[in-house]
Design a protein around this ligand. Structure first.
Ligand code: NAP
Length: 338
């Protein structure tokens, strides 16, 4: 029997890391990942597959921990998904953003080149790099104009990936997925879509205790109200399991490249809230307030992606529509916060 392919995922316990793990296990891969050790031993989103994968404890800011894992596991494919992934949160830790999300990615590229030079590398780039964009929709040729520290760090990593790929003496296979927002029931609690789905569940189920806290340490729902930032902010929201397939497809190509991955549809935060409250028969206007605490200091958007290159070359298209995504998230949280 042929040897199984081996994939190594940084950020394996995050939203995308966990869906990618399931996707690759289904394809018959051996999967390993890097995750930070935490005091209480939480496994995040990978509890259910713990026995099927190998975990290396480490940190993107520690090239030694990345190297030890690569030397031991010898992957054919490396997916760099670890990052401090909150654009709003990055304003309160600008240095951490560049050290983890920017320089940390470079550590992954360099260690992979040294230890597993034939491995194909995927870099998790982001639509946030377009920031305040000069054109709508955005494609692979749209200039970057980042508006937050997270996006600046991602642009640094992206440009280092392109430089390594274009090195005429010793090119490295690094493909960058410029992914637009993608959500799921595993999305971090401080992202606006998940905040909404959790709030809908807590309000509908009349929960008084165990309500998750927001980024300023208050329960997401207080006095039956959910506080959000800019309700008119426009994003292109897809479903995370659809998007991890695109990551894998990029590494099945013969040459490395950049690909925008998006739905091509944009919706406001208000529309997301409206749909979400509608799932449980409530009117969003009775529960949602805008609060300047949650408005970023510099505005981003409108973000809308043109994924026609991915469709043409990778044969990738999003499968899950906006309303379905909202329904999946609300129903999952209704069960979780019952
Ligand atoms: P996520 O759920 O926040 O997962 C990120 C993972 O990175 C977490 O498991 C986190 O672990 C880990 N991590 C953070 N700092 C680390 C460090 N110093 N060393 C090692 N691991 C570290 O994010 P996601 O939604 O799955 O996104 C995956 C990647 O795609 C990220 O790079 C994100 O920036 C990028 N991206 C996401 C979107 C989106 O809409 N979801 C769009 C474009 C690009 P802890 O639990 O320890 O914090």
């Amino acid at each position: 029997m042929a040897n199984k392919k081996r994939a190594f995922i940084t950020g394996i316990s995050g939203q995308d890391g966990s869906y990618l793990t399931e996707f690759l296990l289904d394809k018959g891969y051996e999967v390993a990942g890097l995750m930070r050790r935490n005091a209480v031993g939480e496994l995040g989103n990978i509890k259910h597959v713990r026995d099927e994968i190998k975990i290396y404890y480490g940190d993107l800011t520690s090239p030694e921990s990345i190297a030890l894992a690569l030397v031991d596991f010898k992957p054919d494919e490396v997916y760099n998904l670890a990052s401090m992934s909150s654009p709003l949160g990055s304003f309160s830790d600008k240095l951490g953003s560049i050290l983890i999300t920017g320089v940390g990615a470079l550590h992954v590229f360099e260690r992979a080149k040294q230890i597993v030079p034939d491995a194909k590398v995927y870099q998790a780039s982001t639509s946030e790099m377009f920031g305040a964009p000069s054109q709508v929709p955005q494609n692979e040729g749209t200039p970057f104009n980042p508006t937050n520290p997270y996006a600046v760090a991602k642009e640094y990593a992206h440009r280092m990936a392109v430089i390594s790929r274009k090195d005429s003496k010793d090119p490295q296979f690094i493909s960058c997925g410029i992914l637009f927002n993608h959500e799921s029931p595993r999305r971090g609690i401080n992202f606006v879509t998940r905040k909404i789905s959790v709030a809908v569940a807590c309000i509908k189920n009349k929960k008084k205790e165990g309500i998750p806290l927001n980024e300023i340490g208050e329960p997401i729902v207080q006095n039956n109200k959910l506080k959000l930032g800019d309700l008119e902010a426009k994003r292109d929201w897809g479903y995370a399991p659809d998007y991890v397939e695109a990551m894998w497809l990029m590494l099945q190509e013969d040459s490395a490249d950049d690909f925008v991955i998006a739905t091509g549809e944009t919706h406001t935060v208000k529309e997301f809230a409206e749909e979400a409250f509608k799932v449980v028969g409530l009117d969003w206007k009775d529960y949602v307030e805008s609060d300047p605490h949650f408005v970023p200091p510099v505005q981003t958007g409108p973000l809308m992606g043109d994924a026609s290159k991915a469709k043409k070359i990778l044969g990738w298209e999003p499968k899950t529509k906006f309303k379905k995504l909202v329904e999946i998230m609300v129903n999952a949280d209704l069960a979780k916060f019952s």
